[in-house]
Ligand binder design. Structure first.
Ligand SMILES: NC(=O)c1ccc[n+]([C@@H]2O[C@H](COP(=O)([O-])OP(=O)(O)OC[C@H]3O[C@@H](n4cnc5c(N)ncnc54)[C@H](OP(=O)(O)O)[C@@H]3O)[C@@H](O)[C@H]2O)c1
Length: 261
């Protein structure tokens, strides 16, 4: 057998929450290229549809949903739609999140409304998307793959008003280990990627500041920020049979940043 065959996703069905976002769309298209059928769900129905359209234009299979993945009924509707169209669900990638740079407050005064918003966007979306997918995977009895998106901010403080974001990402890393432990008996593996800055619209205004980018890049041993393509290899690995004996792991995709701290 060709060892690269273990990385193929043919016949698998992947629910990408935030599938209209920069990272979610890139991961959906990459998994489709590896053979998976894609179910893209996003608050922005149009952008989820564009992702699905690009997958189909490249010869893959995809459907899309407008959905608020912090709401259980919406997440259940997407999972039911996936099973209705493709007959199964094998993979969930939780790519809803971010927002840190939009609500910067000193830690001692961090306001509750901003805290709740960041927690909803990052932590609750990951919880609700995963619960809906995991229930379907457990019912079907075929195992599955959960892939979360944490951040280097789960490990490293930052001299900016990021209290809620670091708490949310820290919780996502902890839940990755907890779910891995609980759901191993169902054959469901749970892993996370943990990127540093990825060049996406969410962080474009920060990266446009040459001083900010120079400071950032100088702390990264590989001397650059991430690109969405940098996340693809790890996600295909975690989604595929190549990672059958890997669960509860959080892989830094950070150019060596966390290795230096
Ligand atoms: N970009 C980075 O530098 C970086 C670094 C480390 C980790 N990450 C993480 O990677 C993930 C994806 O980031 P990204 O840069 O791809 O962000 P993005 O482009 O904003 O993608 C997130 C997508 O999720 C959608 N969304 C928001 N709330 C939702 C909800 N309740 N239900 C369904 N969809 C919802 C957003 O729609 P709207 O735009 O309409 O709100 C957007 O399309 C986040 O968890 C982020 O924290 C990013």
């Amino acid at each position: 057998m060709n060892p690269l065959d273990a990385f193929r996703l043919d016949g698998r069905v992947a629910f990408v929450s935030g599938g209209g976002g920069a990272i979610g769309a890139a991961l959906a298209e990459a998994m489709a290229a590896a053979g998976a059928s894609i179910v893209a769900a996003d608050l922005d129905e149009g952008r989820a549809g564009e992702t699905a359209e690009r997958v189909r234009a490249a010869g893959g299979q995809a459907i899309s949903f407008g959905a608020d993945i912090t709401r259980e009924a919406d997440a259940e509707r997407v999972v039911a739609g996936a099973i209705d169209r493709f007959g199964r669900l094998d993979i969930v990638v939780n790519a809803v999140g971010g927002g840190a740079g939009r609500v910067l407050f000193e830690a001692q005064d961090y306001p509750r409304d901003a805290w709740d918003w960041i927690m909803e966007l990052n932590l609750r979306s990951t919880l609700i998307g995963t619960q809906a997918a995991a229930r379907a995977m457990i019912r079907a009895g075929n195992g599955g793959r959960v892939i979360n998106i944490s951040s280097v901010r789960a490990l490293l403080g930052i001299n900016a008003g990021y209290s809620a974001y670091v708490a949310a990402k820290g919780a996502i890393s902890s839940l990755t280990r907890q779910w891995a432990t609980e759901w191993a008996k169902h054959g469901i593996t749970v892993n996370a990627i943990s990127p540093t800055f990825v060049d996406t619209p969410q962080v474009a205004s920060l990266l446009a500041d040459p001083e900010f980018t120079a400071n950032l890049v100088n702390r990264v041993p590989l001397r650059r920020v991430g690109q969405t393509d940098d996340l693809v290899g790890a996600v295909i690995f975690f989604a595929s049979d190549a990672s059958s004996f890997v669960t509860g792991q959080i892989l830094g995709i950070d150019g060596g940043l966390t290795a230096t701290q």
